[in-house]
Design a protein around this ligand. Structure first.
Ligand code: OAD
Length: 233
């Protein structure tokens, strides 16, 4: 790898697993405990806003009990020390990349610590406990919702993210199962751009065959080792 290479990294729930946040699709994961249709769709929110808001309140509260792990910290080290551009795109709604020291993170699926006005699209720092019908501080409509991209909604910043993928020299996917598009299609986009593609996971993901290189094992070990290689330390 050249020191000027542009590195684009996609992270998923697996990078936060060693911090103690459950993934979605593990046998005992979040989607085994909750129905996606109930807590992660606009229709579910319309049906039972309290259930949905409480689901995300519980997950926001959990952030106080977890800390970034060596994989988050290693990516922050890479961002600070690599000569080329480093772009980190996360599907995660936690704040562990930021608390691990990373300056810029693209949260394509939203953020637990952000609230969104369904009436005017204004965003603000979410209180620890949101309630259905909370007022928007900008337009005052009682239309606050968690700033989470639900199934059926468009992930954030797609134009910018595809532009980064189209210019990537290296693309790495860390701890994501490759089941949810458009993120699962990023590897194909990066390969079209001629990037070298690497998957970090405990196992092959659903799109694992599209990667040229696999680093198998817990991200807390494999990611710091990779960053050391790149930075030559
Ligand atoms: P998943 O739960 O689908 O997948 C987690 C992946 O991480 C799996 O492939 C695991 O093998 C891997 N993994 C688990 N522990 C790991 C570890 N210690 N080191 C490395 N890999 C590990 O989570 P995502 O792929 O992030 O969207 O899910 C994508 C989206 O689906 C989420 O953003 C969420 C969900 O529904 C929304 O809520 C909109």
């Amino acid at each position: 790898m050249a020191s000027s290479d542009k590195i684009v990294i996609l992270t998923g729930a697996g990078i936060s697993a060693e911090s103690g946040i459950e993934t979605f699709r593990a046998e005992d994961g979040l989607w085994a405990q909750h129905r996606v249709e109930d807590v992660a769709t606009p229709e579910g929110f319309a049906r039972d806003p309290e259930l949905v808001v409480n689901f995300y309140n519980a997950r926001r509260a959990q952030l106080a009990d977890v800390v970034p792990n060596p994989a988050h910290k290693a990516l922050a080290r890479l961002e600070a020390a690599h000569q080329g551009e480093v772009v980190v795109i996360t599907q995660n709604v936690d704040d562990l990349h930021e608390r691990g020291g990373m300056k810029k993170v693209w949260h394509m699926h939203g953020e637990l610590n952000s609230a969104l006005c369904a009436a005017c699209d204004h965003r603000w720092a979410a209180p620890l406990v949101m309630a259905p019908g909370d007022a928007c501080p900008s337009c005052h409509a009682p239309a606050a919702r968690p700033d989470i991209v639900w199934f059926g909604e468009m992930p954030y910043d797609m134009d910018a993210l595809f532009a980064h993928l189209g210019a990537a020299d290296v693309f790495a996917a860390i701890g994501t199962s490759g089941n949810v598009y458009p993120a699962a299609g990023f590897v194909a986009e990066a390969r079209r751009a001629g990037a070298h593609t690497i998957e970090f996971n405990l196992e092959r993901s659903a799109v694992g065959s599209q990667f040229q290189e696999h680093r198998t094992g817990p991200a807390g070990q494999t990611v710091p080792a990779w960053v050391d290689e790149i930075l030559g330390s």
